[in-house]
Design a protein around this ligand. Structure first.
Ligand code: GTP
Length: 239
């Protein structure tokens, strides 16, 4: 079994909260309301995964499965500049896959295997957002079982990629601002039971005062629950 790798989030406090950075061989789910910073973290990670190990990266490449047209190259450029990386080189190591519906999203995840077999050194797969297509397409109680089954299948594909290629999986999940529903078992309360079983790490993001963000680690099997504060700046995620 290969050694677990870690990718820095850009914030030391957030890295420490989750045990040293986003882990390979695991699925990390970040959830929170609109604008809480989920996509910002995704943009940060597609850059930091490319850093050498002594700077918190894995010298690797990234796949960004984009379901809501949230990928912003100019944001990647800002973050790459902050790390003094060459923007052309950084962009060449990010494979963007637009997913038009949930079936397409599932297919795009399966295709990551082919990319790696072609020789790409993919160490990070982002799915932003994991749940939006599924929620939009499987509406109503009678389709809930199918939705969960499809989402499970998708997560299984992602977990397989994580294990087979020692890659990190980072998925976002937008939820409504109902803080009372989050205590206890948050994703069970809003995302159904599916994510509760599949995601190894779950981070709840909420907006704080003066542009700050609060991250709370929930239901982690190995780490204590806790919170930390970070900031979103033009340079990306910082303490
Ligand atoms: P969604 O899942 O799309 O809701 O993503 P998100 O939660 O990451 O939200 P979004 O990407 O819209 O960005 C959230 C916040 O990040 C914004 O409200 C801004 O506060 C901050 N942000 C986004 N882009 C920039 C930027 O270029 N510079 C700075 N300083 N902050 C930014």
């Amino acid at each position: 079994r290969k050694d677990i790798g870690r990718i820095t989030t850009g914030s030391k406090a957030l890295d420490e909260l989750i045990g040293g950075g986003i882990e390979t061989q695991a699925i990390t789910e970040v959830f929170g309301e609109y604008g809480s910073g989920k996509s910002q973290l995704a943009h940060e990670l597609v850059v930091t995964v490319q850093l050498p190990e002594d700077r918190g990266g894995l010298n690797g490449e990234a796949v960004f499965i984009d379901t809501e047209n949230t990928f912003r190259p100019e944001r990647v450029e800002q973050i790459a500049n902050a790390f003094e990386l060459n923007i052309e080189e950084v962009m060449e190591k990010i494979y963007i896959a637009r997913a038009f519906n949930s079936s397409h999203q599932i297919l795009m995840a399966e295709k990551v295997n082919e990319l790696i077999q072609e020789g790409k050194d993919i160490r990070l797969v982002i799915v932003d957002s994991l749940t939006s297509h599924f929620r939009a397409e499987y509406v109503g109680r009678e389709s809930l079982a199918t939705r969960q089954q499809k989402l499970n299948q998708h997560l299984h594909t992602l977990q397989n990629i994580a294990n087979t290629y020692n890659a990190a999986i980072f998925v976002t999940n937008q939820v409504q601002a109902r803080p009372d529903a989050f205590f206890g078992s948050p994703t069970k309360a809003i995302g159904g039971h599916v994510l509760g079983h599949a995601a190894t790490y779950r981070i709840w993001l909420k907006k704080g005062l003066a542009g700050k963000r609060i991250a709370r680690l929930v239901d982690s099997p190995h780490l204590p629950e806790g919170e930390c504060v970070f900031k979103i700046t033009n340079d990306g995620i910082v303490d």
